[in-house]
Design a protein around this ligand. Structure first.
Ligand code: ZN
Length: 104
């Protein structure tokens, strides 16, 4: 006895014939930096400044790894100072993660 499987094929979206020069228009993704930015939250729709949280990213760990070879006690400096950290941006209303500024 064979089981029937239902396959849902999604049709590609129909593009309007007025498409200019074949370019697709995509909503611009805001480029996050080290400082708080005013954005519209995609989760709650509120417009406001982002809450930034510094995190140790690839750059901080790479710097710490290289410093460990030069002078071991200095290895923790990139992990403790803010100069090598990545910055995660969160919505100040609903705490949804909106983006990350990465150094590497
Ligand atoms: Zn939000």
């Amino acid at each position: 006895m064979m089981q029937q499987t239902t396959v849902v094929v999604q049709q590609p979206p129909a593009y309007s014939p007025i498409d200019t020069h074949g370019y697709m228009i995509i909503n611009p993704v805001p480029l996050f930096g080290e400082n708080s930015m005013t954005v519209v939250c995609g989760n709650c729709g509120r417009q406001g400044p982002t809450k930034i949280v510094p995190e140790n990213g690839v750059c901080a760990h790479l710097c710490a790894f290289m410093l460990a070879f030069i002078f071991l006690p200095c290895a923790c400096v990139p992990l403790c100072s803010g100069s090598c950290k990545d910055y995660s941006h969160y919505c100040s209303a609903c705490n949804a993660k909106l983006g990350t500024y990465k150094r590497l």
